[in-house]
Design a binder for this molecule. Sequence first.
Ligand SMILES: Cc1cc2nc3c(=O)[nH]c(=O)nc-3n(C[C@H](O)[C@H](O)[C@H](O)COP(=O)(O)OP(=O)(O)OC[C@H]3O[C@@H](n4cnc5c(N)ncnc54)[C@H](O)[C@@H]3O)c2cc1C
Length: 482
Amino acid sequence: MSETYDVVLIGGGVMSATLGTFLQQLQPDWKIAVFERLGEVAEESSNAWNNAGTGHSALCELNYMPDPTDPAKAIAINEQFQQSRQFWTSLVEAGVLDEPQTFINSAPHMTFVRGEKDVAYLKHRYETLKQQPLFETIEYSEDSRVINQWAPLLMDKRRKADEPFAATRVVGGTDVDFGALTRQLFAALDKSGADLLRDTEVRDLAKQKDGTWRVDFRRRIGGAPGHINARFVFVGAGGWAIKLLQKAGIPEIKGFGVFPLGGQWLKTSDPAIVARHKAKVYSQAAIGAPPMSVPHLDTRVVNGEASLLFGPFATFSPKFLKKGSPADIVAQVRPSNIGSMLKVAATNVDLVKYLISELLKSHKRKVDSLREFMPTAEAGDWELLQAGQRAQVMKGGKLQFGTEVVAAADGTIAGLLGASPGASTAVSIMLGLLKDCFPERIEGWAPKLTELIPSYGTTLNDKPERAREVLARTADALHISV
Ligand SMILES: Cc1cc2nc3c(=O)[nH]c(=O)nc-3n(C[C@H](O)[C@H](O)[C@H](O)COP(=O)(O)OP(=O)(O)OC[C@H]3O[C@@H](n4cnc5c(N)ncnc54)[C@H](O)[C@@H]3O)c2cc1C
């Protein structure tokens, strides 16, 4: 007889780590198993060098507010990040997570734009956001001396006479090492009795007569096969989630496809350059560029060491994971999704053009793009780094840039597709999943969820005093700026 677990988490990324932590806190009596095909957790998208580490809260990313009069989406993204901040605060206080600086650090979030049209847009956006409690600390300037104080590398050798420019800044922005966060969460799960199976790949999923799932796996070393049973399965397999959900045969996955997009960064660890930039600076996207390919010049803090990243530059690979298979893109094709996928290919001409122009960029041309942010950049100071793969959702003939939880109607299996805003909103995504997959338990869990996330079930932006209080409390506990 094979063993039966209450919960099986497939994939050792931030999503499984977050859901596992929730379930461990809510039902400490449940038996949890985690499968990770690689030798260590957090080696794919959740690894610090595979993503940009932006604590996405719409403070600086323009794609969350294309219309400068409408802050709704920006507020929603910020609200989600406030849930993450509160959850991490509770876990630090409970000793589940280590010292906050090991995974989160202050990095003011800035937006920098050039040209009359974008300057007018940024000013309008600032005026709208300034009225919102979660954004009230936002600052705006067109003055080169002020922007020079905020981020000197942007201003060195830049002539105002050439074209107008403007910037906004929110001092309370963050840089998050989602890899460190993930490793710490799994270490705590391990300690509390969960079974972590590394180097073990889940190969198949089948619903059984008794309602449990049969989870077939194979050890990567030695190749020994095995199987266990699970009452609930979360497919947190990143780019490979689609493959496993298709294998599970749930009708809800029909019609979905994913489009892989890779990325590269320019990175410098030169202490003289790094010391002069302490911010994440976002700008406008190029025509055709997907929203998450907007270039940004970022402070990163990984293992206590600061460096700067610039990018991402889009790359193409047919793999759905960095360590995936070249056959991934073809293996997903089904009669139910081929029509939608062909429509995406035919209707995204700008994206294809953008990808081709990115792929043709030499190191020198990449540094030229960096010079639009940092006019003094020298090619020799920057090395090229491969980022993680994003598997963008294709559905109904459209390419989507968000994340999508796909759950079976009976709530016994769910998986996550897509990448953005990603790791920052893992907490909010998992709260939604708990509600969808455990409807009969969610009410009973509410007191514990409120202990973990004091604003659980409510919003903050419509309660200015409460918003200020939560921002100040989490900033204090996580040792970050308000
Ligand atoms: C270039 C880039 C920049 C990004 N920037 C940001 C950012 O600034 N801020 C932000 O919040 N988010 C960002 N993201 C998104 C964020 O990184 C992802 O949303 C998040 O890491 C996804 O976590 P995950 O757990 O779903 O997947 P992953 O971290 O990819 O983990 C999935 C795991 O599943 C394992 N696995 C797969 N198949 C199997 C199987 N069959 N059996 C066992 N194990 C399996 C994989 O090996 C992997 O370890 C970025 C992503 C990319 C690619």
